[in-house]
Design a protein around this ligand. Structure first.
Ligand code: SAM
Length: 225
């Protein structure tokens, strides 16, 4: 059974997609979708040998050879032109790493129409990348599982301009504000407040003032949203 986090990613993969799941580890996501006939074909890209072998094992054990293929490759290098990949998913990594995988492999995205991304932290790095590269958000999700809160970002081709608040909080999430969203930012506000309190005890310095001003701005944004 797929985790709630990967189920949320799966729910944004279009019917009949040709999917490349990058950093697939056990290939649970493409295998789950292929077993249910939800995708036409899947590629499980992995840069590391161990996870790549886990992906191969999942494919073998589920009899999905021919439907899902594991590839040992760095980032989007797992995608070949003849694959006809139209959807890319990248889940379970930090936002900056996901953005750098997209940035480094941009030419491989030429036939891709949808990106489904699940950053564990710093989703803003992905929204900034999207805005700079002709992608726009078409949906966002947020969920809590085992005490952790995860965001899912869906990108399609298009231009959009996001302000600082939208980059940080997400244009859809900040509009809808589901309970997990409120919880995430309440937690974040509490942690910023704690740091600010502790900073009061440090001896004054220009460095402390800069850091303090930065944290106050961050807290103000959270309170505003
Ligand atoms: N996507 C799965 C999930 O969400 O459960 C696995 C997430 S796991 C924490 C991250 C995986 O990404 C690791 O198996 C790692 O080897 C892989 N990875 C990291 N950087 C990568 C890259 N540049 N190209 C391909 N895979 C990468």
């Amino acid at each position: 059974k797929l985790s709630g986090r990967l189920q949320a990613v799966a729910s944004h993969i279009g019917e009949d997609a040709v999917l490349a799941d990058i950093g697939s580890d056990h290939a649970y996501l493409p295998a789950h979708l292929a077993l249910r006939g939800r995708i036409r074909r899947g590629i499980a890209g992995e840069v590391a040998k161990g996870p790549y072998e886990s992906a191969e094992a999942t494919i073998r054990e589920t009899g999905l050879q021919g439907k899902v293929e594991a590839r040992l490759a760095d980032g989007l290098e797992a995608i070949l032109e003849e694959d006809g990949v139209d959807t890319v998913s990248i889940a379970g990594m930090g936002g900056p790493l996901i953005a750098s995988i997209l940035e480094n492999g941009k030419p491989r995205l030429s036939g891709v129409r949808r990106l489904v991304l699940q950053p564990n932290i710093h989703a803003g790095a992905i929204r900034s990348w999207a805005m700079a590269n002709g992608w726009c958000l078409t949906d966002e999700d947020i969920l809590e599982e085992d005490g952790k809160i995860y965001e899912v970002l869906v990108l399609e081709r298009g231009t959009a301009v996001y302000d600082d608040m939208q980059l940080r909080f997400g244009p859809f999430l900040s509009e809808r504000q589901p309970p997990a969203f409120r919880k995430k930012w309440e937690r974040e506000a509490a942690s910023v407040r704690k740091i600010l309190d502790r900073m009061q005890e440090a001896s004054p310095s220009a460095e402390r003032d800069t850091k303090e001003a930065e944290l106050k701005r961050s807290l103000d944004q959270i309170l505003e949203v």
